[in-house]
Design a protein around this ligand. Structure first.
Ligand code: SF4
Length: 312
C-alpha cells in the first residue's frame, strides 16, 4: 500500500450561511422553549446534524399532521410550498421558517413570473424537498425539467411567456447546458443561466475543480441525500478522478487510499467541519501527511435570524 503523502483541502467547503442559520434557529428555539421543537423534514440534509439536534430534543416529522395542535414547528432550510404554510396557520401551529434566503429568493422569482402570466420551467431533481417547495409556489403554472433531453418534450401554454429558474444546489455546468437548450427551444425565454445556483454550491464546485487534476482521490463528506455533496462527487468523477461520498471517517474504505499519493477532502454545504477534520485525522493516522489548504474564494455571507430570535 502506498502511503498518502499529501491531503488537499479545497476551500470553501462544509457549512454555508444558510445551513448555519437553519441549525442556529433550531438550537435557539430549543434553548428558549425547551424540547420538543418539531422540525418538518430534515433541517438540513445531514444525518449527523439531525442526530445531534434530535439528542437535544428536536423532533423531526415528515408531515404537519404529526405535530400536535398549537406546537412549535420549524420549516427546513429547503423551503416549503405556500400550501404548507397555510396548513400550519390553519392548525394554529407556531411556525418558524428556516428556509434559506437564497431558496426564498427563487420562490419570489417563481411567484413574480407566474403572476405575470409566464409558465415557470424549473430545472431541478424530481422529489428533492427544495423542488417540491418551489413547484408549490405556482403549481398550475410550473413544469420541471431534469435534463436537456426533457426540454424537447416540454409543452407550455404560450412559448413567448416562459421563465426558467433552477434548484440552488445543482451542477453549474449541467444547469448551463439545460438553460442553453431552453433558450434554443424558446427564444423569448427569461432566466439567468446558472444564477439561481447559490454561492455556496458554486464555490464548492469551483474549489474542487481547481484541485481535481492534482488529486488521485477526492473524498466528499456529506449525506447521501445532499444534492450539492453529490454534485461534488460527480464533478471529480467526470474529471476522471476516483471520488466517494462519505458520511463520516468510519465510512472511508482504506482500500481507496491504496496508491493515492494525493487525497483531496471536501464537504458539502450541510456537512459539519469537524467531520472533515475527522477524515483528515483518519488519513494522518496511516502515516505522515502534509495538509495543504487551497482556497478559491473567501465566503463572508451571513444571513439574519428571523426577527423573533435576534438578540436572544
Ligand atoms: S446550499 Fe445554498 S441554498 Fe442551500 S442553504 Fe446553503 S446557501 Fe442556502
Amino acid at each position: 500500500m502506498t502511503a498518502v503523502r499529501r491531503v488537499l483541502l479545497p476551500s470553501p467547503r462544509s457549512f454555508c450561511a444558510g445551513v448555519e442559520r437553519a441549525i442556529e434557529i433550531v438550537e435557539r428555539l430549543l434553548e428558549q422553549h425547551g424540547p420538543p421543537v418539531y422540525v418538518r423534514n430534515q433541517i438540513v440534509h445531514n444525518a449527523q446534524v439531525v442526530a445531534g439536534l434530535e439528542a437535544r430534543g428536536a423532533v423531526f416529522v415528515s408531515e404537519l399532521d404529526e405535530v400536535p395542535a398549537g406546537a412549535l414547528v420549524v420549516f427546513s432550510a429547503h423551503g416549503v410550498a405556500p400550501a404548507v404554510e397555510a396548513e400550519a396557520a390553519r392548525r394554529g401551529l407556531d411556525a418558524v421558517d428556516a428556509t434559506c434566503p437564497l431558496v426564498a429568493k427563487v420562490h419570489a422569482e417563481a411567484k413574480r413570473a407566474a403572476d405575470a402570466g409566464d409558465t415557470v420551467v424549473l430545472i431541478g431533481h424530481d422529489g428533492h424537498e427544495e423542488v417540491v417547495g418551489t413547484m408549490g409556489v405556482a403549481p398550475a403554472q410550473t413544469v420541471l425539467v431534469e435534463t436537456a433531453a426533457d426540454v424537447a418534450a416540454l409543452r407550455v401554454a404560450d412559448e413567448r411567456r416562459v421563465t426558467y429558474l433552477s434548484q440552488t444546489t445543482l451542477a453549474v455546468t449541467e444547469v448551463e447546458a439545460i438553460a442553453a437548450a431552453l433558450r434554443d427551444r424558446f427564444p423569448h425565454i427569461r432566466g439567468q443561466g446558472a444564477e439561481d445556483i447559490c454561492y455556496a454550491t458554486s464555490n464548492r464546485q469551483a474549489a474542487v475543480a481547481a484541485i481535481v487534476d492534482e488529486a488521485d482521490l477526492v473524498l466528499v463528506v456529506g449525506s447521501a441525500n445532499s444534492s450539492n455533496s453529490n454534485r461534488l462527487v460527480e464533478l471529480a468523477r467526470t474529471a476522471g478522478v476516483a471520488s466517494y461520498l462519505v458520511e463520516t471517517a468510519a465510512a472511508v474504505d482504506p482500500a481507496w487510499l491504496d496508491g493515492a499519493a494525493t487525497v483531496a477532502v471536501t464537504a458539502g454545504a450541510s456537512a459539519p467541519p469537524r467531520l472533515v477534520d475527522e477524515v483528515v485525522a483518519m488519513i494522518a493516522g496511516l502515516g505522515p501527511v502534509e495538509v495543504v489548504e487551497r482556497a478559491v474564494a473567501e465566503e463572508t455571507q451571513e444571513f439574519l435570524l428571523p426577527q423573533r430570535l435576534r438578540g436572544t
